[in-house]
Write a protein that binds this ligand. Structure first.
Ligand code: PMV
Length: 331
């Protein structure tokens, strides 16, 4: 039993998990493939605690402890229960957590948050050396399937097994230095959770067609990554992002994540390409736009996106090596 700290990054999917075979078991209907980020990350410290109740805190930059509220604390405790039951332990913990990115920026923090929590709790229980695939399956049980991909760095697919439980890297981060310039056009949580989105996906009349087309698109994205072929990657990821939102918009009842600035950013990306700056967008279940590019195009991409009306802030990120251990504790 020891105090442990882990920083796990967020990830952006190039092929999206949307629609579940089993929402309780968090098993997807299609394979997904993401790029693990570097700058947008959650750092979590887990300290063994005497007693029979976990403490959950947000730790401010100043070191001050803030109450995260019962909803958040309840989800953390539920995941600690899963980790305890996996490890055969009854140990309680004090958990402190902090996001490197502004939590009001509307960036999905559940993937980085659950990955950091699961890895730190496993480390606190002396199980840090567990096979990372097994830890990805344990992280997935948090309810956030995409979190299973955040336990690895670089380019990651989930699932890699017929049962749908495990994720694994397809390429390390140094294989291809892709950047992600995130245009934040909406702050705060989305109106409809991704859990609800997964539940409704199969009600879209276009969902079966999506699953058919994904087989080929998935292979094409893998090939583009393998060959570091950015020109091939761009139309594939844009098609995929639009397809995710098409399914959301045609679900019953429909889900609209876009706002007018989302479209303005899409237009700006096409403008960049017209001016010879290679860039392509993708999106999660939200209004914000992730604009991918290679290093030479990052500066101009960030400059142009910041000038788009409705863009509240621009976050510069890129592919990263995955979770970091042995960092200074948060408390
Ligand atoms: O992991 P969840 O349940 O939050 O779902 C993630 C959904 C998307 O971000 C839209 C797609 C993905 O694969 O990350």
């Amino acid at each position: 039993m020891k105090k442990a700290t882990v920083e796990a990054p967020a990830n952006i999917a190039l092929i999206k998990y949307w629609g579940a075979l089993d929402l309780d078991e968090v098993l997807p209907l299609n394979p997904s493939l993401s790029m693990t980020l570097r700058a947008c990350a959650t750092r979590t410290t887990v300290e063994p605690l005497a007693g029979d109740r976990d403490e959950v805190w947000l730790v401010a930059e100043s070191g001050a402890f803030q109450d995260p509220g019962e909803d958040f604390a309840g989800k953390v405790r539920a995941q600690l229960d899963r980790v305890r039951s996996w490890a055969g332990s009854r140990q309680c913990f004090r958990v402190g957590t902090r996001n490197s990115f502004p939590s009001a920026a509307g960036m999905a923090s559940s993937a980085s948050g659950f990955a950091a929590l699961t890895l730190a709790a496993a480390a606190a229980l002396g199980r840090a050396d567990t096979d990372r695939g097994e830890l990805s399956a344990l992280t997935r049980r948090s309810g956030s399937g995409s979190a299973a991909r955040s336990v690895f760095g670089g380019y990651v697919q989930w699932p890699v097994d017929p049962s749908g439980e495990y994720s694994a890297p397809v390429a390390e981060s140094d294989h291809w230095d892709l950047r992600d310039v995130i245009a934040v056009v909406e702050e705060g949580p989305k109106e409809v959770s991704s859990r609800e989105g997964h539940r409704r996906a199969i009600t879209s009349p276009y969902f079966a067609r999506r699953l058919e087309e994904l087989v080929e698109r998935y292979v094409q994205v893998q090939m583009a990554i393998y060959h570091r072929d950015f020109a091939a990657l761009v139309p594939l990821i844009e098609e995929e992002a639009i397809d995710l939102h098409l399914i959301a918009m045609s679900s019953r009842p429909p889900i609209f994540y876009w706002n007018p600035a989302t479209l303005a950013v899409h237009q700006a990306v096409r403008g960049l390409r017209r001016d010879g700056v290679p860039a392509g967008f993708t999106m999660d279940a939200g209004a914000n736009v992730h604009v991918l590019c290679e290093p030479a195009a990052e500066e101009e991409t960030a400059r142009r996106l910041a000038a788009v009306p409705g863009v509240l802030s621009v976050i510069r990120d890129g592919v990263g090596p995955g979770p970091l251990f042995d960092l200074p504790h948060l408390f």
